[in-house]
Design a protein around this ligand. Sequence first.
Ligand code: ATP
Length: 285
Amino acid sequence: MPSFRAYAKINLGLFVIDKRRDGFHNIKTVFHRVNPFDEISFDASPQIGVVSTSSVVPSDERNICYQAASLLAKHLNVTKGVMISIQKNIPVGAGLGGGSSDAATVLLHLPGFWARTVSSTQLQSLALQLGSDVPYFLNQGSALAKGRGEVLEYFTLDVPFTILLCNPGIHISTAWAYQHVTPRQQDIDLKNLMVRGMRDTPLLAALANDFEEPVFQEYPMIREVKESMLQAGAIFSSMSGSGSTVYGLFSDAQKADKAAGILDSRGWKTYLTDPRFSPLEPEPL
Ligand code: ATP
């Protein structure tokens, strides 16, 4: 039974520009892949079904993998089912795009399991029906994202730092975060800033995540995580997505290890990503 990796992402900068007439917000962000990853596998089954190792992830039609399989079945006009197994390693409701990455992995690999193919244009359209972050996970590399997050410009971002993620176990609803964020126009050339900022780190001070303000107000513990990262020697720290995960960039791998130990001892979960990390995908495990 082949199994596929669905990696998490972080947001390097996240500006909420304005609210659109269709209810979505225009944003500007850079998505970047990191550890951890979920593992997705398929087994033959007369119907579509989902099992997962997480008690907080639904196993019925509310699961985004179930929705991805249903959309594909409809699009391909297939009557076959599939049992999707998810080894859930990415924390849920954590701003790491776990559900979105799982869904994209289903879109990419389930057609092959059913001995069918789907064009990349069709895949993008199906992905956007599932969620604003799903299209990003259809391709490799980092990407500047605009619009709802689906207007993507992929590029290679060399991150020469150890990335430490810390999740304090708070589940944040993305819908709640959008209700409380204050949009602001932003002219920043984010892609250029990221590329230059990785070599000239003081430039990273221009980065912001607009969700931090409302989220820190509601959950002060998440601000504490960010402060702990900076105290432990991170050259830059920010919340990812709408939270609750905070990441820190460390130029010294030992400092990152030590910081992980300090954060772990407070009962929070940590994950390390090596400098210049690049997932080898698509790749059966
Ligand atoms: P994003 O950064 O894309 O906004 P997130 O990382 O904050 O997302 P997810 O972990 O994707 O959040 O979960 C969001 C919600 O989706 C949760 O309430 C969860 O119950 C539901 N969900 C449905 N399917 C999945 C899945 N396969 N994995 C994780 N969550 C799922």
